[in-house]
Design a protein around this ligand. Structure first.
Ligand code: SDX
Length: 429
């Protein structure tokens, strides 16, 4: 809190309105407008471009400087020097684990990796080619039906085991979606494997062969999960918070987050990037697509570019690009035609005045799709991978809200519909 105030003078009103200004650790001050309703006015901010919806200690983004901190640690530092489960521990608890805490947390998560066998019945109800995000929305929401013993959201222990169950089971569920699609047996998790190694084993392993996961790909997968772990109050995290503010159970809140993430403007962009690169098909077609992206009358946008907050390089994109080069080198795919198109598009975005003036840089989704395609993951699974990595961020924000005082989220509106009028009897209509 500070003594700083904003004074609002409203035309036609004698008295100015004084509003408190709050200052955080980092980032812009905020004007507390909660009392404005008492003065008969609302704020109006569709898309929340200038609205801080909550106070949080988890993640900080400076869009102009291209900074992303999780509990104060820069994302590139975390990506290079921690594992995904260490970053999960950090997001949930506020501090990085020491050696013992890391080992205990890994064992704890491993003990929750299996899902109830009846989840297989849920998947069998979906057609083989159902989009896996539709399956994930359904089965994650249904998970609340298996844990009646730990749905008291006011109980910190219930909140903690729910967070662990979700982090542990998302890779298992994601891999089950893929196996359902290709008609192969589901693979059980192997608790002696690391998180990302286990995920790739459940995705690409079969009961007929011994586990054989490429460590370079497992490391890249773990880094990919870290880069997707959290991102402040983005659309899906805000959805989780809003659903949670009604007291809904955490599994249904996370399912709401999965639904919001699915959109091509948000987490669905990684699938849209690959579809765009395939549609471009050849470097000679790039200029045509760039022209379309600039055309106000053409709904086409360069997927993987631009961001509501980053008006500089998305720091995750830089790390993702390095991981992309490592994976393609390991697989002998340095001359991947899609990568060549991607690198040419990035160069254009950094030089062309349209993109430079609108500060449209590659975002986290631009290179992630190329890595996942190289690993052998089908495009329909890309957003499922994003959801798997982001689950820890969603549940950390949900827990932060529920463990502090909170109100049900209930925005107001600017009403521009008809004034009151009487119903005309049907015979006279
Ligand atoms: C994620 O919020 C998060 O933190 C999200 C995320 C996370 O980790 O949770 O970072 C993950 O969602 C990354 C973003 C993935 N989406 C895409 O890559 C889809 C393509 N990008 C655009 O749809 C767009 O850039 C958004 C949705 C990401 C941001 O949109 P904004 O902030 O509402 O910006 P805008 O639409 O107002 O665009 C500003 C201008 C517009 O032109 P003008 O009206 O000013 O003339 O830039 C143009 C837009 O037309 N523009 C683009 C463009 N993105 C914006 N033009 C061409 N190609 C693009 N990709």
């Amino acid at each position: 809190m500070t003594d700083k105030k904003a004074t609002l003078s409203i035309e036609g009103r004698a008295d100015a309105v004084e509003l408190p200004i709050l200052t955080g650790t980092l980032g812009p001050d905020v004007i507390d407008v909660a009392s404005l309703t008492g003065n008969g006015v609302f704020t109006f901010d569709p898309g929340f471009t200038s609205t801080a919806s909550c106070e949080s200690k988890i993640t900080f983004i400076d869009g102009n400087e291209g900074v992303l901190l999780h509990r104060g640690y820069p994302i590139n530092d975390l990506a290079e020097n921690t594992t995904y489960l260490e970053t999960c521990y950090l997001l949930l608890n506020g501090e990085l684990p020491d050696g013992t805490q890391k080992a205990d947390f890994e064992n704890l998560i491993s003990s929750h990796t299996m899902v109830n066998r009846s989840i297989e019945q849920f998947l069998s109800g979906f057609s083989y080619d159902a989009h896996p995000m539709s399956i994930m929305c359904g089965v994650v929401a249904a998970m609340s039906s298996f844990y009646h013993d730990s749905l008291d959201i006011a109980n910190p222990q219930h909140r903690k085991i729910t967070a662990h169950r979700l982090i542990a089971k998302m890779p298992t569920l994601a891999a089950m979606c893929y196996k359902h699609y290709i008609g192969q047996p589901y693979m059980y998790p192997k608790n002696n494997m690391s998180y990302a190694e286990n995920f790739l084993h459940m995705m690409f392993g079969t009961p007929c062969e011994e586990p054989n996961v490429n460590p370079v790909l497992a490391k890249a997968m773990d880094k990919l999960f870290i880069l997707h772990a959290d991102h402040e109050q983005n659309a899906s995290t805000s959805t989780v918070r809003l659903a949670g503010s009604s007291g809904a159970n955490p599994f249904s809140c996370i399912a709401a987050g999965i639904a919001a993430l699915w959109g091509p403007s948000h987490g669905g962009a990684n699938q849209a990037v690959l579809e765009m690169l395939n549609e471009i098909g050849d470097e000679k077609n790039i200029d045509t697509f760039v022209k379309r992206a600039k055309d106000k009358n053409d709904p086409f946008r360069l997927m993987g570019f631009g961001h509501r907050v980053y008006k500089n390089f998305d720091p995750r994109a830089k790390v993702m690009k390095e991981a992309c080069d490592e994976v393609l080198a390991e697989l002998g795919m340095e001359n991947d035609p899609l990568l060549k198109i991607a690198k040419r598009l990035e160069q254009i975005a950094l030089e062309d005045d349209y993109f430079v003036s609108k500060k449209l840089y590659p975002n986290v989704d631009f290179y992630s799709g190329i890595i996942m395609k190289a690993i052998g993951i089908p495009t329909e699974m890309f957003t499922v991978i994003f959801a798997t990595g982001r689950t820890v961020g969603w549940i950390a924000h949900w827990d932060e809200m529920i463990s502090n005082s909170y109100k049900i989220g209930r925005p107001r509106q600017l009403y521009t519909g008809p004034s009151e009028r009487a119903v005309t009897p049907i015979g006279d209509r």
